[in-house]
Design a protein around this ligand. Sequence first.
Ligand code: UD1
Length: 420
Amino acid sequence: MDKIVINGGKRLRGDVKISGSKNAALPILIATLLTDGKCVIDNVPELEDINTVVALLKHLGKKIKKEKNKITITANGKLQTDAPYKLVSKMRASVLVAGPLLARFKKAEIPLPGGCAIGIRPINIHLDGLAKLGAKYFVSGGNVKIFAKKLNGTKIILDFPSVGATENLLMTATIIKGKTVIKNAATEPEITDLANFLVKIGADIKGIGTKTLEINGVKKLKGWPDGYEIIPDRIETGTFIVASSLTLGNINISNAIFEHNESLIEKVKLAGAKILMLNGILRVVGPKKIKPVDAETQVYPGFATDLQPLWMALMSIASGKSVITETIFENRLQAVAEFLKMGADIKIKGNTAIVKGVKNLTGAKVVASDLRAAAALILAGLSAKGKTEITGLEYLDRGYENIVRKLEKLGADIKRVIDN
Ligand code: UD1
């Protein structure tokens, strides 16, 4: 079992460049199922989740060339309409193939999805939306079979602005007959990136970036061989913002979009960090004393659920008590047990964590239970006294490109020990 070993207490200093967004790259790669045209996608991070989606697209019949951060997708004969359990169970975002396959071939079959172990994560909003467009579905043997005689655009009001459901329905609507209006749509920047890509390949979408998306179905989408550049990863940006704040660091973050992290930036400023945006570089100077600041997760542009465990790492060494409330995923407070091993003082009540800051955390052997928990434990380890060993790295590999190397370059005493 690989592990990350950190000797804590080093201030982070220097420059770091943010990679392309995982959560934008996944749906954009999947959106290429909507066309037989050649698509070139740039700034794709090299991650396990990307490997999974590449394997999935290959299974479905696409030809893929991967050169570092550039992926070229071309048609390779007829596409399959069934997604294999082996791949879907690894990554929840695989469910996004359902919409494009249904739109093109009037049928799709997907196993109920997997992904990070952070709650039940059903797909009812995806399926209800597809049903409104004319699809029928049933669950059998752990698979969802979706089919339609005819699909027609209509008005869909989402029960909740689910990111994945918005993406699935948006993709479906691009090539079905008529006008689809998605109300209460999620407005995360990754959805805007997907919509911008879809427009490049010929889709007719209005209201991009707002809670109402209006899509006029077109007959056919084309390719985009010129190279579509994925936006920077705002969660990785947030991770480095918190890392600098927590180690009393001074780092310059390039390739970050300030507006995508505004709610976090407001909070780190309240906690005492200094944030400057100069010539496109985001500088984060950590506070001498971290002030306690409450946080409640919300859909975008609110405080991101993916940043919640990282915020907890920061608050665990703040100079007082803070309250952190998780409203998006019922099970995303599971990093707490590991923080406790490191000397944190945190109590859970329902979906709320009451965090009493301690003077310092102490190194311990901890296990990551999901992607963002893994990052949060790394940050806790960076600030802790002594040695921290983190296992459960398969989650980390799904979502952070070169995080160990990037932190090392910033002066952290961190290494990955490979278990052969
Ligand atoms: C995406 C992100 C994930 C992020 C999350 C919320 C990707 C690949 N993943 O996940 O990193 O944490 O958005 O910002 O982009 N729900 C239902 N029924 C559904 C769909 C969702 O009840 O059909 C619930 C989920 O269980 C969860 C909440 O809605 O409690 C949010 O889920 P959703 O916005 O769909 O997140 P994902 O797209 O899975």
